[in-house]
Design a protein around this ligand. Structure first.
Ligand code: BES
Ligand code: MN
Ligand code: MN
Length: 451
């Protein structure tokens, strides 16, 4: 099953071509490029042996759908991934241009190298390899979307409208990471998300900070105080009701999770920090997986240009995200935040809260044929039995797969923290790319044996 040097070279060339297309879904000016990535993918799926590959229109970017059906008696796997990428900003921090992929230190460096074009492309190449051998232990369906990084708003309706077409036994996704090359993990939980923007208004115009300072509430000062007061001295979020629906994680699961050989000092070194910070009573691994969070993602207002301008601003803004855990509900959390934030405004300050996208948390089973097949695939290709691990990130569509299609998901991803997804110099290890392809092939074989 080993991939020949010649095939490796070919796969990398193709991945580079794919990564060269700047499919940034968040930025209107890249619209044509996102469409180009969809067409590229459709063509590659056909070349790889799909019997059907098509662009399915949605209100946003198209879903690339493909099929390689072998025999109705075999299990059917629906593979999900996303061909859109995050914006590459800040550009000046990239060592090589984000859309000119280069190979460096055993990695391919480009925006989307890991999240998710590199991981998605492993599935296209696994299909090609199985097609070359004419060996299909499962029926395969593929669904690749172009709006994951902007909230997958149009994918829910797509699932609703295509239930028959998407019929399958389980969903397979490679869009997560493992703990390390030596300690492979299977993701068994994802956090949800509630994302909103706040606008805080003081006086009706920007004021002279000498003439008015001290007598009129400053919206930036007020916003900072309001944000700071959202957590207590133990980093516990104080929004009333915030934790009410949080499912308690069993001691057994916490025990299993803390078996992962996490090194605090390597973690701190990798991030250039001399201490971690988080909710009291939880380990770092727990803080980034089984506990909800509240973080400011951006904050602005007043004068930020060169030099000094003495101004008491009229407005201040912040973008705030809350990562959620089972069974917190994004709409409810957004409402609780909004009520609390508005009630908290000091005299002379008005607050407006605008919700952005959200997403539900998800848990995936470990006692399923899909999990066992993924576990065996890791054992055979990586030489280690993977540990189950919850991830801090979000893939909102996973809960929709269950709600709309009634399907469980297997999160078999191969990224690493150091791949720096969403950051400058995103990369993906070449050995993970190739081992990932092999793991996917073994997964299908093992799934067929399990069924
Ligand atoms: N692939 C990530 C999510 C992820 C990353 C899961 C690492 C597990 C480990 C995905 O593309 C992503 O970035 N999701 C967004 C959510 C979305 C609503 C914008 C996120 O988590 O911020
Ligand atoms: Mn992703
Ligand atoms: Mn992402």
């Amino acid at each position: 099953m080993n991939i020949s040097a010649q095939d490796q070279e070919k796969y990398l060339q193709e991945l580079k071509e794919f990564l060269k297309i700047p499919s940034v879904s968040a930025d209107r000016s890249f619209h044509q490029e996102v469409l180009k990535a969809a067409t590229f993918l459709k063509d590659k799926l056909l070349e790889a042996g799909a019997q059907v590959a098509e662009l399915c229109p949605t209100k946003g970017f198209p879903v690339v759908y493909a099929e390689r059906m072998a025999d109705p008696s075999l299990p059917t796997v629906l593979v999900y991934g996303h061909y859109d990428v995050q914006p590459p900003d800040p550009l000046d921090l990239w060592e090589s241009p984000p859309f000119e992929p280069v190979i460096k230190n055993g990695r391919i460096v480009a925006r989307g190298a890991c999240d998710d074009k590199g991981q998605l492309y492993m599935h296209v190449k696994a299909l090609e390899r199985m097609n070359q051998r004419n060996e299909f232990p499962c029926n395969l369906k593929f669904m690749f979307e172009g709006e994951e990084e902007v909230g997958s708003d149009n994918l829910g309706p797509f699932l609703q409208a295509n239930k028959e077409k998407l019929k399958a036994d389980l969903i397979l996704v490679s869009d997560t990471s493992i703990f390390s090359t030596d300690v492979p993990t299977i993701t068994v939980g994802l956090r949800g998300l509630s994302y909103l923007e706040v606008e805080v208004t003081g006086p009706n115009r920007d004021l002279h900070s000498g003439m008015y300072g001290g007598a009129v509430a400053n919206p930036i000062n007020a916003l900072c105080q309001m944000i700071a007061s959202l957590k207590d001295e133990h980093n516990h979020i104080v929004i009333p009701g915030f934790y009410d629906k949080v499912l308690t994680v069993s001691d057994e699961e916490r025990g299993l999770m803390n078996q992962i050989p996490f090194s605090l000092s390597s973690y701190q070194d990798a991030l250039g920090i001399n201490a971690v910070s988080g909710e009291m009573g939880y380990t770092t691994l727990e803080r980034v997986s089984i506990r909800p969070t509240l973080d400011v993602n951006g904050i602005w207002g007043g004068y930020t240009g060169e030099g000094a301008k003495t101004v008491l601003p009229s407005k201040a803004y912040a973008k705030i995200s809350m990562r959620l855990v089972p069974n917190q509900e994004p709409d409810e959390i957004t409402r609780l935040f909004t009520e609390h934030f508005i009630a908290m405004a000091p005299p002379g300050i008005q607050v407006k809260v605008t919700p952005h996208h959200g997403g539900e948390p998800a848990l995936t089973p470990t006692d399923s044929a899909g999990y066992r097949a993924a576990s065996l695939a890791f054992q055979k290709v990586w030489g280690k039995t993977p540990l189950p691990m919850r991830s801090g990130g979000s893939i909102p569509i996973v809960s929709m797969f269950e709600k709309v299609l009634g399907l469980k998901t297997v999160l078999m991803g191969f990224g690493l923290d150091e791949d720096a997804i969403h950051s400058p110099n995103e990369s993906y290890r070449l050995d993970h790319f190739f081992k990932g392809i092999e793991s996917i092939e073994v997964f299908y074989k093992e799934l067929a044996l399990q069924s």
